[in-house]
Design a binder for this molecule. Structure first.
Ligand code: ADP
Ligand code: MG
Length: 319
């Protein structure tokens, strides 16, 4: 049984089809990256999954519970970090977490949860109304962890965090995954998704453009790595290099050989062949980037309100 499953899930707001016939499944224990530019329909999907809004058509279930009819039951076993973190201005961080623990009927130690998410102990007993966005985000993650949920649903968990804070979120996700928790990690920041996910689903304009293992996606969508070598003697038969599996576009100009490699192994084979046949004095490698390909996959600026990898105008939570 999948932990999370959608079947032809569709959500329209008037003329806008935010989620358009999306079907996918997330298996127990995996970190599923839910990637896509702003406006792709990620948060809407999550809101439907958690029973916060009804689908226009199609269905979904979490932990075997239908999201429309059994949302209360599924939320009891799910930890959620929503897109817009709601903060009770007058309650302290500790009180927020204690309240989440109570609601989950759990017996966690609030301090342990607050420490895990890296919220400064000096802030634990201060009112959350004075927290920065990043602090509120950390506190919200601590509340999501209350009750040791079977599924964590994180919507742009790194909003408002500096690189150090982003790293801490990453660590928490990986710790939870190591502990067997299934994680649904939504983000428009490719490297963040790449760093934690086993599989990735890419949303584009309301549709699921691709679902695949992160390694397969990387291989399929990454540009070729380009090797530029300075060789002792120009290869006698440069075409022979192009016969190597995964190697193409071999060009020789004086003592410079340039070639494209589809995979790291192809790169290894090409460099080894050059060493063996002509000797390599020097070489540089230009790794293919996934970033460009992700932009291509998601349609870049055309797919959403902003490009896939910029986030300057995120409407952040004011704590
Ligand atoms: P993402 O989380 O991937 O950035 P959203 O799910 O927030 O995307 O938005 C998907 C699309 O649905 C956007 O075009 C957005 O403007 C629209 N949308 C989202 N929520 C609403 C709403 N409550 N009413 C009307 N349109 C909405
Ligand atoms: Mg969103």
């Amino acid at each position: 049984m999948s932990v999370l499953e959608t079947r032809n899930l569709t959500k329209r707001f008037g003329d806008v089809t935010a989620v358009d016939g999306v079907s996918f499944a997330v298996e127990e224990g995996e970190v599923f990256g839910f990637l896509g530019p702003n406006g792709a329909g990620k948060s809407t999907t999550i809101n439907v999954l958690l029973g916060y809004m009804s689908p226009t058509s199609g269905s979904a279930s979490i932990l075997g519970h239908d999201v429309e009819t059994e949302s209360r039951a599924l939320r009891a076993r799910t930890g959620v970090l929503p897109e817009n973190v709601g903060v009770y201005d007058r309650l302290t961080g500790r009180e927020h977490v204690a309240s989440a623990i109570r609601i989950k009927d759990a017996d966690d130690d609030p301090e342990r949860l607050l420490a895990r998410v890296g919220l400064d102990p000096d802030a634990w007993d201060r009112r959350a109304g004075g927290y920065s966005t990043g602090m509120a985000q950390r506190m919200a993650l601590a509340t999501a962890l209350a009750g040791d949920p079977d599924l964590l649903v994180l919507d742009e968990p790194q909003s408002g965090l500096d690189p150090n804070g982003m790293q801490e979120i990453r660590d928490v996700v990986l710790e939870e995954a190591a502990d067997g928790t299934t994680v649904f990690f939504s983000s428009h920041i490719l490297p963040e998704v790449e760093a934690v996910s086993d599989r990735v689903g890419v949303m584009r304009a309301g549709e699921m453009a691709a679902v695949d293992d992160i390694d397969a996606l990387r291989e399929r969508w990454t540009d070729d790595t380009v090797v530029r070598a300075t060789v002792a003697d120009p290869p006698v038969r440069p075409e022979a290099l192009a016969d190597l599996d995964g190697v193409s576009d071999v060009a020789v100009e004086g003592d410079r050989v340039t070639l494209s490699c589809r995979t790291p192994r192809a790169k290894g084979r090409a460099v080894a062949a050059l060493e063996r046949t002509v000797g390599v004095a020097d070489f540089e490698v230009e790794e293919g980037s996934l970033e460009d390909t992700f932009t291509a996959l998601t349609g870049g600026a055309d797919a959403g309100e902003t490009t896939a990898t910029t986030r300057a105008d995120d409407p952040e939570v004011s704590a």
